[in-house]
Design a protein around this ligand. Sequence first.
Ligand SMILES: NC(=O)c1ccc[n+]([C@@H]2O[C@H](COP(=O)([O-])OP(=O)(O)OC[C@H]3O[C@@H](n4cnc5c(N)ncnc54)[C@H](OP(=O)(O)O)[C@@H]3O)[C@@H](O)[C@H]2O)c1
Length: 418
Amino acid sequence: MHIESVDWDDAAAVALREAMAEEVALRYPDRFNDRNGVDAGDVVYTGVVYTADGQPVGHAALRRLGEDLELKRMYIVPAHRGTGVSTALLAAVEEAAVRLGGRRLLLQTGDRQPEAVRLYEKTGYTRIPIFPPYETQTYSFCFEKVLRPVRTATTVITGGTDGIGRALAGTYLGRGHHVVAIGTNQEKGTAFLRAADEAGAGDRVMFLRADLSLVAGNRGVIDRITERYAAIDVLILGARFHRSTRVETADGLESNFALYYLSRYLLSHGLAGLLQRAEQPVVLNFGGVGLTGPVRWDDLQLRHDYPGTGALGHSAALCDLLGARFAEEYGIPYVLNHPGVVATSFAGEYDAATAAHVEGLRNSGKPVAEAVAQILPFLDAPPAGLTAVLEGRRIPFAADPGDAARLDDITRKLLAAL
Ligand SMILES: NC(=O)c1ccc[n+]([C@@H]2O[C@H](COP(=O)([O-])OP(=O)(O)OC[C@H]3O[C@@H](n4cnc5c(N)ncnc54)[C@H](OP(=O)(O)O)[C@@H]3O)[C@@H](O)[C@H]2O)c1
């Protein structure tokens, strides 16, 4: 069993709510007009429980009600009642409520649902007077639960479905974090969710499918994360996709510039507010640590003499400037990491010569676990400001502040025009 956070209009969620409506209508045929609508705009969390073989069997949602959060549409498919699904789902909803900054969870149920009342009493809910908007439904049983203000740490990882990012996702799940992994490949995402479920962390994991080489893809990810999380403790920027020949995205941007630099710019700045809410936030960006470049100021989109594998290095040099500027602007520790050659998927489209070279790197690279062990100490105790790490060693690096400001200015203007 695992619980997925889904959209309110997700097909499985809609089907479960329809099944619930049919059942409720049978129990309260005389009070049909009292059915309480939910405005999708108020919903801040929707959870669906899946069995190990992928059947959706439970549903619950949270909506904002004034200062509080209210549990809505809690439903378990009859054949799965009494199997622990409802308590697991309630726990996931409460965790989501805490993540969203909720202090109190409210709920209303009816007098003909004694099994629901028993569940809420058993799980620590206290009966309270009927609260608005249920005043006219005098048969209502209303409950509250004061939520523990403890927040589970949250880690967001682009490229969290493969290579070093995937391994870091496993590490943070093992430490009890909520982990959001972002990638384009649904199969990798599903495999990641399944592995988390098998490790007993299915209720702390989210896969967001998004093409981060598109500006809209990044903005969508920022919106989804902002809706669901009150803070971010660790932001890891690791998505990359090499191309031997120059390709432009639908935004008209060179693809490495878009994915390796601009996505990291958008996510760093777009999630800075959530990072600032964490006690000890840190950003990890796989930059060039001063070893790549130089920056082609007159040709950031690499229109002339496209450098093949060098396109990644060029974007990594831009990431160095991004990190320097970001650390200064927000006071959030920013770690630039060059892991050396690591045996990963090396996602990309390669010409024959590069493919042979990359195959050699895949075979000769250090194990992913070694690369993770080399960077973790810097994430666990990040030095203030900007830190450059090369294969586990901190190296001296200082970006030119003028260059960092110049790139920031160019990027803001570019984004404003898109
Ligand atoms: N491996 C090395 O030797 C090495 C050396 C130096 C630096 N680095 C840096 O370390 C970081 C991690 O590298 P890695 O080798 O571990 O990565 P990898 O195995 O090549 O995996 C790349 C990741 O990026 C995601 N991705 C690709 N295109 C995407 C897109 N358009 N939108 C969203 N996600 C996308 C992939 O997910 P999907 O497949 O789901 O899209 C995958 O999770 C990168 O920044 C890399 O440049 C690695």
